[in-house]
Design a protein around this ligand. Sequence first.
Ligand code: TXA
Ligand code: MG
Length: 346
Amino acid sequence: MSEVTGEKRQQPVVLTVDPDRLDEAVIEQAAAVLRDGGLVAFPTETVYGLGADALSEEAVEKIFEAKGRPATNPLIVHVADIDGARRLTNRWTESAQKLAESFWPGPLTLVLNKAEIVPDAVCAGLGTVAVRLPADPVARALIEKAGVPVAAPSANRYTRVSPTTARHVVEGLGDRVEVVLDAGPTTVGVESTLVSLAQQPPEILRPGMITHQQLQQVVQVRPHRGSVVDEAEARPSPGMAKRHYSPGATVRVVDEAAFRQALETSSESRGFIGFSTGDMGDGPRRVRLSLNPEQVARRLYAVLHRLDAVGVDEIIVECPPEGDRWEAIRDRLRRAAASVEDCRLE
Ligand code: TXA
Ligand code: MG
């Protein structure tokens, strides 16, 4: 990484866009980069994505290189409408149609058997493809203008925390990306719910803010199994590797009592993230989130990025609440954490 080698990196071109008043010329500038096989980082409602033309093997390979991501971890393909998704699959199922009608555009990704046109590089040779129709107006305008489906993982280096602002993207990727569209902080804040429809019964491969209970109202879906699977056991999704979404600092999740105790013995090199604990004291290293999961999801990654920027070595996180709407947050914390003490995050 450049930070380690001291190699000087150029900055990408950052183009500001107002999601309420889209500047067509700016969107076209970014779309042209995609059509030419380049990389564009853009906002979605969940996190910023690092986009490339999904139908170009060469363009897609640039994503893996920029992220430092192993070729065995497949990408999500973003489309402008349901028809665009259907064209990427070889069998658009009834469940896919129902889920798409209920939750698209929105933070839900569907895994289905892939159509011939999708390059193997996108799907890591799995024979399935992950498709998503995002709700963010900038994302949708970009995909429409590009005229191609857009493969986009989160716009961060492999295993690091996903970006929820354009600044996070620039700090993480530098000029590994040509253009960054900046439309301010994302609104959902954690990655989409990933559901496999390429198996029976369908299963949640990655929890997100569209919850198991919400999905169940439309189709029968198995809940997320938890990401701590035996390494020897075949993982249904390669991205379910345990360590992921981690900041530079060591994250420790502890129960409320241990959290309160740690607050007493704080030092400069420690950051704190709480949920329920009343008075956490003051300072830039102490962040009290809330007991509302949607609010927490929106802020969580920005807080992890900020604590990293402040330069703490360790982040102590209070065990988050339980329940369907907390699943995504609990999953990301578990995967960010080096240790979990007296808190059931499974
Ligand atoms: O909200 C999101 O989903 C964001 C925004 C940018 O759309 N994207 C995102 O992409 O989180 P990424 O690449 O960081 O995570 C995609 C996840 C990975 O865990 C990957 O393994 C899984 O989706 N995935 C992609 N294609 C798959 C497939 N064919 N089968 C199973 N898992 C797949
Ligand atoms: Mg990611």
